[in-house]
Design a protein around this ligand. Sequence first.
Ligand SMILES: NC(=O)c1ccc[n+]([C@@H]2O[C@H](COP(=O)([O-])OP(=O)(O)OC[C@H]3O[C@@H](n4cnc5c(N)ncnc54)[C@H](OP(=O)(O)O)[C@@H]3O)[C@@H](O)[C@H]2O)c1
Length: 323
Amino acid sequence: MNAATNMKSVVFETYGGPDRLSVRSLPVPNPSKGEIRVKVRATTVNRTDTATLRGHPFFARAMTGLILPKMRTLGMDFAGEVDALGDGASRFNVGDRVFGLSPDMFGAHAEFMCVPDDGAIAQIPGDIPFDQAVVAEGAWYAHGTTQLLSEGGSCLIYGASGAIGTAAVQLAKANAARVVAVVGTRHLDLAEALGADHVVNYETEDFTGIGETFDVVFDAVGKTSYFACRPLLKNDGIFAATDLGPGWSNILLGAFFGLTGTGRVRIPFPEDASGFVRRLADLMAQGRFRGVFDRTYSLDEIVEAFRYVEKGQKTGIVVVSLR
Ligand SMILES: NC(=O)c1ccc[n+]([C@@H]2O[C@H](COP(=O)([O-])OP(=O)(O)OC[C@H]3O[C@@H](n4cnc5c(N)ncnc54)[C@H](OP(=O)(O)O)[C@@H]3O)[C@@H](O)[C@H]2O)c1
């Protein structure tokens, strides 16, 4: 059988809503020196994809392109089979089942993608299906905060039901920290099953009045603030968030506390994506980390997938399956 010369790829030319996306037929890319080509079997639509499509926040365009997007195909998470090797690529063999993260160039919303051989990729542990191996994006942002925790530390995770929050609970437990998870009624059982030591229902209880203080309070879903969470922080505690906060307060306070040297408010940005994906693979192999999955869409349904994710109501990860 001849190798495919064309592939389906989801493309956008200008910033905007999901209607900017279209499924096109493009040439299958060839791996350059030091790259591998992956036949993508599953990817995700996540909040990084939806924000990048819209070009929000505006300052992020310094990385993604000021007027027009630098990359034309989104998709950070991928799982699939190694399909071709570029010159000098020796970490993987053709046919290997791999998963990973493409944090800079995206590109996973396509049937094939090329990624650096030494990038954020690892073998999928055991027989985990491709659809359940696309776990890296939320975990990566969660890792920015959970890496602040060590054994015996304590953490309150607000919004522990999204992609970042569900990962944060598991990564904090993997660091042997005490975890209190705050979720709504429909996610109480999930937070407990993920290993939280205590679960608080934000719909029926004021989580700021639980009478405990923490090393880290993590707003994993951008719905609370440093000022609301101050009673929950130890004297040297850290308020970490994934979002700008009301009135950009997390940015302004982050700059202020950065100058004072305490780092009390932070939007931690994770580093070493390659090392992190390998650690994630180890945790998955040990049964200490798993993805939490919401709906699955096909590549042709990508616009609906973006519309759903933009609602901010998903539980964990939304998968796009390319079988
Ligand atoms: N810093 C970065 O580079 C970066 C990257 C990716 C994402 N983000 C941001 O990180 C945040 C989380 O991303 P994600 O993908 O994990 O989000 P997500 O999966 O879209 O989170 C949705 C979850 O949040 C819960 N939720 C909604 N309102 C809530 C509230 N008021 N209190 C507590 N939980 C609430 C929802 O369940 P219920 O409504 O049933 O409670 C749902 O399960 C987003 O705001 C995103 O913009 C930042």
